[in-house]
Design a binder for this molecule. Structure first.
Ligand code: SF4
Ligand code: SF4
Length: 427
């Protein structure tokens, strides 16, 4: 198995063996019209409308990447507001006052799928986006042109290499048969011949359970991956499991591979059976000041502040969407849970390291999983030298944070690379 760069991190997965439980339904949900990569939906309800569980409340725009948004609860659309997301972007949000009845929308039924087009349409209608954190609309990922880019391998990403987060692991342990059903449907409808489920070797129970569930089906294999961060990064995973390299500017489909996150394919497995779109998701609540780490099914739009009492996150100083390596710092804990969040982590005593001059030790270079030169990228960014940033291929940075983590001089290399990418994107 090929391994390039990366780092060993403490796993800190205290919630790994905590079964997922439902949370009390919040009185209010704030459901943003943008919960994935791409464009925001247009609200499909107006103030005062009654909504039910699974009812479409956001219509996708025709042009560009976009998936519909559905109501996670029954109740009333109390308001349609302007909303600022954690990444600074803005969109509309539908505020729902829940009624506690959780009445299901009358149109919910399993999708009828007769051909590839029906399949892609159904996946889009489900509102599904990658649940691992990147939020790429799943229908778009599956819409590859099999004549131009024939795909022979479906990879299921079960690496979950971020510390603390265990939502994919719980999907394996609690919903392994949904994952298998989702895999078989995707393979069948897209005519993909084989599937490899990659799971880090620090999750032996998930590996053996999935092998047992799959049984004698030779077209689906489970492979143990080294527990090395960022093993779950798409390009790293493809290289580890197939030896194939996704070239600059290309997608995994160009090397014959589609990668789906374990929770995403598990959700699709359930959706193909019951027709309920993506209205809630499993998240892990953990961190270094959390008294009761756990896993919860959370309706989309639930405020993070409504979750803190469930895990006992007293005394936190910083909260993140996701884990400490690639998570997004929350500027306001009234921010809602979206399709992108596999966990919320709470921390106290985050010391800022004093930044000193680069000692050219090369650790950042050795740690980079995509073989970039983080120290040179930082220098080029500081000079605003866009030509040099392009030559150093700043656009290939996957924002994993390994370079910052290993730097003995406390240099904020990964953060600078993100800014560099934004600068290049504006050219
Ligand atoms: S790890 Fe830090 S100190 Fe070492 S070469 Fe990279 S930037 Fe310089
Ligand atoms: S953040 Fe970017 S530059 Fe730094 S190690 Fe990760 S991929 Fe390499």
């Amino acid at each position: 198995m090929k391994v390039i760069g990366g780092i060993r991190l403490p796993h800190k997965k205290a919630a790994a063996e905590v079964p997922t439980s439902e949370i009390p339904l919040p009185k209010r949900l704030t459901v943003p019209m943008l919960m994935s990569m791409g464009k925001p939906c247009t609200p499909a309800v107006k103030k005062g409308d009654r909504v039910t569980v699974g009812m479409r409340i956001g219509d996708p725009v025709q042009e560009g990447l976009c998936v519909p948004v559905h109501s996670p609860a029954s109740g009333t659309a109390e308001d349609i507001t302007d909303f600022r997301l954690a990444d600074g972007n803005t969109c509309k949000a539908v505020v729902i006052r829940t009624d506690g009845l959780q009445e299901t929308f009358h149109g919910i039924r399993p999708p009828v799928i007769q051909n590839r087009e029906d399949f892609i349409r159904a996946v889009r209608e489900s509102g599904c986006t990658g649940l691992g954190g990147a939020g790429f609309p799943t229908y778009a990922k599956l819409s590859f042109d099999s004549k131009k880019t024939p795909v022979d391998t479906l990879i299921i990403n079960g690496a979950e290499c971020e510390p603390y987060i265990v939502s994919d692991y719980r999907e394996f342990m609690e919903n392994g048969s949904d994952i298998l059903f989702g895999i078989r449907t995707v393979m069948d409808k897209l005519e993909i011949g084989r599937c490899i489920i990659g799971i880090e070797d620090n999750k032996p129970a998930a590996i053996s359970l999935m092998k047992k569930i799959i049984g004698s089906d030779k077209s689906i294999a489970v492979k143990a991956l080294p527990s090395r961060y960022p093993q779950g990064a798409e390009k790293v995973l493809i290289l580890s499991l197939t030896g194939r390299i996704v070239k600059e500017g290309e997608l995994p489909a160009h090397c014959g591979v589609i990668v789906m996150n374990a929770s995403t394919v598990g959700f699709l497995g359930r959706y193909f059976k019951n027709g309920m779109p993506l209205v809630q998701r499993r998240i892990t609540l953990d961190g270094n000041c959390v008294n009761n780490p756990g896993n919860f099914f959370v309706p989309l739009g639930t405020c993070v502040s409504d979750l803190m009492g469930l895990c006992g996150a007293e005394g936190y100083e910083e909260a993140f969407y996701g884990g400490p390596m690639m998570g997004v710092s929350l500027y306001d804990i009234r921010q809602p849970v979206t399709k992108l969040n596999n966990g919320i982590t709470f921390f106290k005593k985050i010391h800022s390291v004093q930044t000193t001059a680069c000692i050219r030790c090369g650790r950042c270079v050795r740690a980079c999983p995509v073989k970039l030169m983080p120290l040179d990228l930082e220098s080029a960014y500081d000079k605003k030298d866009t030509k040099e940033l392009k030559r150093l291929k700043a656009g290939l940075c996957i924002n994993c944070g390994c370079c910052t983590y290993v730097c003995p001089a406390g240099r904020r290399l990964a953060e600078k690379n993100q800014l560099a990418k934004q600068m290049l994107a504006k050219l």
